[in-house]
Ligand binder design. Sequence first.
Ligand code: SAM
Ligand code: SF4
Length: 350
Amino acid sequence: MRKGESKPIPPGYRLKFLGFMLRDTYGRQITDLRASVTDRCNFRCIYCRAAEPENYQPPEHLLTFPELLRLCDILGRLGLRKIRITGGEPLVRPGVEDFVARLVALGRYQDIALTTNGLALAEKAATLKAAGLQRVNVSLDSLRAERFDAITRTRGVLPRVLAGIEAAQAAGLHPVKVNVVIVRGFNDDEIVDFACFARERGLILRFIEFMPLDADHIWDRSRVLPAAEIQRRLEDAGLPLEPLPRNYASETALRYRFADNGAGEVGLVAPVSEPFCGKCSRIRLTADGKIRTCLFSQLDHDLRGRLRGGASDADIAAEVERIIETKEDGHHINDPDFTPPNRTMVFIGG
Ligand code: SAM
Ligand code: SF4
């Protein structure tokens, strides 16, 4: 067993001592759903999508909002409590605001969040807030316009993303977190700039290690900047950090505040250098209706066929329980024989 992986718990022990909860074979309670609402995206980030157009799924392969809502209801009844709406880019799917409102009305989820590239956030933040969305994560990998264009393969849209962050704060979406994927040689010279940006605006930063989930296969271990190095670079720049307690056991980020009590927060998400699989509480639902028990799963489990084939809620719930029994102990990125999954991030939902 490697660092960050989990130890199997025999089923009898789970039943007898842990009671009825949605738990996997390693005793991890499954409480979080990442639900992708689309595989489309208006960016083409170098660490995610291919330079050339990929084959999008035909529209009829994607779950309709009523299908997705039914699954979210079943999963909520099974004990999932947190949901993050993602994609692709969730805000490109027409009707996503109404979907949020219906999800809230289900009353099954205590925490409803959304991850976006921020391009359409300035227009949609207030409506999303009114629909009941609680909080938002905005991906932003450079504060320099030309570099932002190069990373996202877009033209001149950084001001719109920055306006989206401001609009989300003004609308009362709270907290607003900013996700920064650090790729050595591309944007690691902006770590301190990002920290200053967060301090000025009272934002929660999340520096995320680059994972082998990109379509163009540029991932290489040498491109990963370990979380410890990010922390060291901030300290060297006169911005020492002090650890904060986890908000909950399965939180992916190691949280820090600025030692001088400056506004904002820094989180380090280190799936490669400090795997947190042993505390993982997540499953993922792809836009085409597959459950993935790990970002790095080699297979996905189809629920769309069952939904469209007339399965009852009880049948689907039983299938989900069976799928959760197959959740992997860990991602094995650091094993010599690691093989990346055949779905890239945009087709999974981060
Ligand atoms: N389009 C939205 C966005 O970019 O925020 C939501 C979907 S995106 C796949 C979700 C998150 O995954 C983003 O924060 C993105 O930066 C992150 N991500 C994508 N590819 C990644 C990779 N190879 N390694 C680490 N994070 C990645
Ligand atoms: Fe699109 Fe998000 Fe992937 Fe960038 S990270 S290409 S914005 S899905």
